[in-house]
Design a protein around this ligand. Structure first.
Ligand SMILES: O=C(O)C(=O)C[C@]1(C(=O)O)C=C[C@@H](O)C=C1
Length: 378
């Protein structure tokens, strides 16, 4: 067996050559970039890349697939360099530069949320916009429509719960409308099992609530063998239980709904997990990027090329930006084609981040920058 020190010396020797070759290759890519700029030729040449990848697969022998991965990353870097030379993504750059850091708000600002008084959405809305009179909408879709039609300035929406997972309807609407996300709030959610004042815990046979709340409280509901019925939201469940006058019924709802609809608390902290938290976002037609923004959201489709998602993720991680969320949703009318929604840590004030977004905006189909915002914790 060879001595470790000796092998490492050989690796150092090879790396020295590799780095020189890599630098030479990047200089060539730069020259091609200048040529493409002068002749108005697109940066990406998929046929040329495929030709190179096919070639390295064969020449790489037993390391053929690894060699393909290496070269697809090298070409990704070479394209990134060329995008800089050409000045791709001007619109993206302007969009970011023209955004304002302060989110305007006073008590007359129109804020839309789904549900009725006492719902979790209402609570989140008041936490973010303390003195506002929310415009209650029947559905998440109506919140988006209120923004679309200019009836509301902002919309507050739940996107994810720590127990029950993503609110997929909201992600579908985000991808459809592509409004900007200008803030997020993590709100701890505690539930009560509540009934009309005449009822006792032993009387309960059936529980009403929103499907997400039923999922977040599934342990106790299942243990008690309760029948469940889905409501439009937790406050609607509370209101309907109050109106039903039935003693065998209870709602899973929050403290505001208990008060709002005069219910009796039968059990507290009904959620499966004590750290039960829901993440809400604020959407807006106008882009605001606060000074201390720390989360970047974007979405895109993928060209039918092996490893594209991987190489896009690599480009973020090479800038030290971590992926914190990824959702894939099927495209409308295109079975088995996907749109991706992603959250990364980071701030677009970093020049390298803006350059990356500019490059991606010209390379990826259906690309949208959805915002760069602060994350608050209630
Ligand atoms: O040959 C080109 O057109 C280049 O720009 C070079 C290169 C490469 O790095 O090999 C980079 C981008 C293209 O998509 C194809 C190939």
């Amino acid at each position: 067996m060879r001595d470790l020190k000796e092998i490492r010396e050989e690796i150092n020797e090879i790396d020295e050559k590799l780095i020189e070759l890599f630098k030479r290759r990047m200089e060539c890519a730069k020259d091609v970039g200048n040529y493409k700029k002068a002749n108005n030729i697109p940066i990406l040449n998929q046929d040329r890349e495929n030709e190179i990848l096919d070639d390295v697969l064969v020449r790489g022998g037993e390391y053929g697939y690894a060699a393909q991965l290496l070269f697809s990353n090298i070409m990704e870097l070479s394209r990134a360099l060329q995008h800089n030379i050409v000045g791709s993504g001007k619109e993206m750059k302007e969009l970011i530069e023209n955004s304002s850091p302060n989110i305007p708000y006073n008590k007359n600002t129109k804020v839309a949320c789904q549900g009725i008084a006492g719902a979790n959405n209402h609570e989140a809305t008041l936490k973010i916009f303390p003195d506002c009179e929310p415009q209650f909408c029947k559905s998440f879709k109506d919140v988006f429509m209120a923004i679309e039609n200019g009836e509301a300035d902002y919309g507050v929406l739940p996107v994810e719960n720590s127990t029950a997972g993503s609110v997929s309807d909201v992600y579908d609407l985000i991808l459809k409308h592509r409004f900007y996300i200008i803030k997020s709030l993590d709100l701890p959610i505690h539930y009560y099992l509540a009934s009309i004042p005449q009822a006792n815990l032993e009387d309960i046979e059936e529980v009403w609530s929103h499907p997400q709340a039923l999922a977040q409280c599934s342990d106790k509901i299942t243990a008690n063998n309760y029948k469940t019925l889905q409501s439009a939201n937790t406050a609607v469940a509370a209101r309907d239980v109050a109106n039903s006058k039935r003693i065998n019924l209870a709602a899973v709802c929050n403290g505001s709904a208990v008060k709002e609809y005069g219910l009796k608390v039968l059990a507290e902290n009904y959620e499966n997990r004590s750290d039960n938290t829901t993440r809400f976002i604020v959407i807006s037609k106008k882009l605001y990027i606060p000074e201390n923004a720390e989360k970047i959201s974007l979405c895109f489709g993928l060209p039918h090329v092996t490893g594209t998602l991987y190489s896009v993720l690599c480009r973020f991680s090479s800038l030290g930006l971590n992926l914190t969320k990824i959702e894939s949703r099927t495209m409308a009318n295109k079975p088995f084609e996907y749109l991706f929604y992603l959250d990364f840590t980071g701030n677009v004030k970093n020049d390298e981040v803006t350059k990356l977004l500019c490059a991606l905006s010209t390379e990826l189909p259906e690309f949208s920058f959805l915002g760069n915002y602060e994350e608050d914790f209630a």
